[in-house]
Design a protein around this ligand. Structure first.
Ligand SMILES: C[S@@+](CC[C@H](N)C(=O)[O-])C[C@H]1O[C@@H](n2cnc3c(N)ncnc32)[C@H](O)[C@@H]1O
Length: 387
């Protein structure tokens, strides 16, 4: 475990907030006879109404928050995505965009601004967001950056009922979805659950294994002792997107690996990470509600779920290759920038594309239906990388 060594102690108000959430989680543990799954814990810690990390009204994104995402680094990221959207929307004048987990709304605003410049706007830009607080922030961001486009933005609480044509987007959303944690001890699998000990949160192991976890365990070779995680909701989520997608693409961007790397014998403590004020550590019980909890994404799992859902795998690559394929450098040269903006852009490009930063750890996968043309952001489709 990376020992938490917080750069700043939470304020007294923040500590009160965290204690309220802790009490709520402890009461849930009691309701569930002394233990909840790690996924239930993560759901509560991140999304409990008003109290969870994403639901509560403190700053999460940017310098003053806990982490920074690509759309917050520079509009260049969203401009590249807009170019990928344009390739699909040009064939569907009535096409839509649907974004999951839109964070501050920055990416939505910059995609819309870019598409409006070339007069290829989606009919609607739908957003599905779990956090009421972030929905409000998204509204305010879009109203401030492109008020003339706000009427196209529609917030949904469930997937649309109609057949969808266009683009479904999710940047850094899958890593924030609750995961099931498991431990292998001397070759036997246990589910890592969350229970209460001395009025504090604690881990406990259960050998009452869910059938889908057991099936997954038997389908792989494991070291004798190992800890990792799996998103058991991923396949149903992809299936639900496939059910509504008539023609178009699903573009998922996140940090992660193909399965061989994800469950590499040396990655024997899994990929669970917590973020507080740009500090990364591995204790999810520390100050619940004040820190982000994430896990890397298994891109092979996405690819297999896509095949089971009859979706085509249209592309899989690193973020750097995707952005360059979408014309990152052209976005730069077409803009008339001041010297200061040029310096900021250079620094942003470094963060977005350098292998030492986001360039290689972040991957982009495109799934789709009825799309013949090769996608802009993907020069090479090689399934062996993911399967
Ligand atoms: C790490 S933030 C990324 C935000 C934004 N996409 C960005 O790149 O800045 C994760 C976002 O996903 C949202 N989220 C997580 N699970 C979700 C789900 N199942 N449906 C919709 N939004 C979800 C969170 O509330 C939050 O807005």
């Amino acid at each position: 475990m990376i020992k938490p060594d917080f750069p700043t102690t939470p304020t007294p108000e923040a500590l009160v907030h965290s204690k309220k959430l802790l009490n709520h989680i402890l009461s849930q543990i009691k309701t569930y006879h002394g233990e909840i799954s790690f996924a239930q814990y993560m759901e509560l810690a991140l999304y409990a109404p008003q109290l969870g990390y994403y639901s509560a009204s403190h700053q999460k994104f940017g310098k003053e928050g806990d982490f920074i995402t690509a759309p917050e680094i520079s509009p260049l990221f969203s401009q590249c995505l807009a170019r990928q959207c344009q390739q699909i929307l040009k064939n569907f004048p009535e096409g839509n965009i649907l974004e999951f987990g839109a964070g501050t709304g920055t990416m939505a605003a910059h995609i819309l601004i870019e598409l409006s410049k070339i007069c290829i706007l989606p009919k609607n830009y739908f957003i599905i967001e779990l956090s009421a607080y972030l929905k409000k922030q998204q509204y305010e961001t879009i109203a401030a950056l492109c008020p003339e486009l706000l009427s196209r933005v529609v917030w949904l609480s469930t997937l649309p009922k109609f057949k969808f044509n266009g683009i479904i987007l999710a940047n850094e959303v899958l890593d924030a979805m609750p995961i099931c944690r498991f431990q292998i001890i001397e070759g036997n699998i246990y589910e890592i659950k969350v229970c209460e000990k001395d009025n504090k949160l604690s881990y406990c192991l259960s050998n009452n294994i869910l059938p889908e976890l057991l099936e997954f365990y038997h389908a792989h070779h494991w070291p004798l002792d190992y800890i990792s995680e799996i998103n058991l909701n991923l396949t149903p989520w992809i299936l639900s997107l496939s059910d509504i997608l008539d023609t178009g693409i699903i573009l998922l961007i996140d940090y992660g690996f193909p399965e061989k790397e994800y469950y590499h014998p040396q990655r024997n403590m899994g990929t669970l990470m917590c973020h507080y004020r740009h500090y990364a550590h591995t204790d999810p019980f520390l100050y619940p509600g004040l820190q982000d909890i994430t896990a890397h994404v298994n891109f092979t799992h996405i690819a297999i779920a896509a095949m089971q859902s009859n979706l085509d795998i249209l592309g899989y690559t690193h973020q750097a290759a995707f952005l360059l394929g979408c014309g990152l450098m052209e976005c730069l040269t077409t803009a008339k920038n001041t010297e200061k903006e040029k310096i900021l852009n250079n620094s942003a490009i470094h963060k977005l594309t350098s292998p030492a930063e986001m360039g290689e750890l972040f991957k982009v996968i495109a799934l789709g239906r009825h799309i013949e043309e090769p996608l802009l952001g993907f020069n090479l489709i090689d399934r062996r990388h993911i399967l």
